[in-house]
Design a protein around this ligand. Structure first.
Ligand code: ZN
Length: 246
């Protein structure tokens, strides 16, 4: 099975379309989306439509939860909070219905999908180092687990015989074999707002037969989405950060 994994789209339809095209070229059997379809960006409904049309196996992100008023927005910085309010005022009833139907953790036989961590999915913690990866891996009962949230891609690998010895592949673009490892925890990075100083959209591809996990990058029209952010009256910083990848 070949899986295409998208995450942290953040209402950036320009980036999402570029990623979808790149994933289609791979010919995947299954689409996964690790949460935060909305927030920050100017086209939330368009992104929800694309995710739904692709039939992505999708979990709920913290921005999705905040838009639904299921998460206290005092937890967000000012710009994120402004975007949450902006988004809430513009979503269609069917968008709320779709976001409201999402679960925090989605399990399939081969993989689990969660936005933050497996140990505390409702707290939306970050996997940014082997420390959090270890806790999350302890609660992972499928060979693969896909997460997002930090917007920084990385792959964590573990063998059952040496559970504390976690191998980390921290690169923004990488292709690795996970043969011989029992558990893979993959942070697929962000489609719509990368924060690893590489402004290209990030996504993951996993081939479960060949046991290869890849993080890929694809350029997209950043200027076009920046124009839409400003025209929408969203905070300027949300446009500026996209060209820096922060
Ligand atoms: Zn996010």
């Amino acid at each position: 099975m070949k899986i295409g994994i998208l995450g942290d789209i953040h209402a950036n339809a320009e980036a999402l379309r570029a990623v979808v095209e790149a994933v289609r070229r791979e010919g995947v059997d299954c689409w996964v989306q690790v949460g935060d379809i909305v927030g920050y960006g100017p086209e939330p409904s368009a992104c929800i439509d694309i995710v739904r049309e692709l039939g992505c196996i999708t979990c709920m992100g913290n921005h999705d939860a905040a838009v639904l008023d299921r998460l206290d927005t005092s937890y967000f910085n000012n710009f994120a909070r402004a975007a949450i309010h902006w988004t809430r005022a513009r979503l269609r009833p069917e968008d709320f219905e779709f976001l409201g139907s999402l679960q925090l953790v989605v399990r399939r036989p081969e993989f689990t999908v969660v936005h933050g961590t497996m140990h505390l999915p409702e707290q939306f913690g970050y996997v940014i180092s082997p420390v959090e990866a270890l806790d999350s891996l302890d609660h992972q009962d499928t060979p693969l687990c896909f997460v997002g949230h930090s917007h920084v891609p990385a792959i964590y690998l573990r063998r059952d015989v040496a559970p504390d010895d976690i191998r980390v592949v921290p690169h923004s673009e990488a292709e690795i074999s996970y043969r011989g490892f029992d558990k893979v925890l993959m942070n697929v990075g962000s489609v719509g707002q990368p924060r690893d100083e590489d402004p290209r959209a990030a996504f993951g591809i996993v081939d479960t037969e060949l046991q290869i996990a890849s993080i890929r990058r694809v350029p997209y029209d950043i200027t076009a989405v920046q124009r839409k952010i400003l025209a929408a009256g969203l905070p300027e910083v949300l446009a500026n950060r996209l060209s820096l990848g922060v």
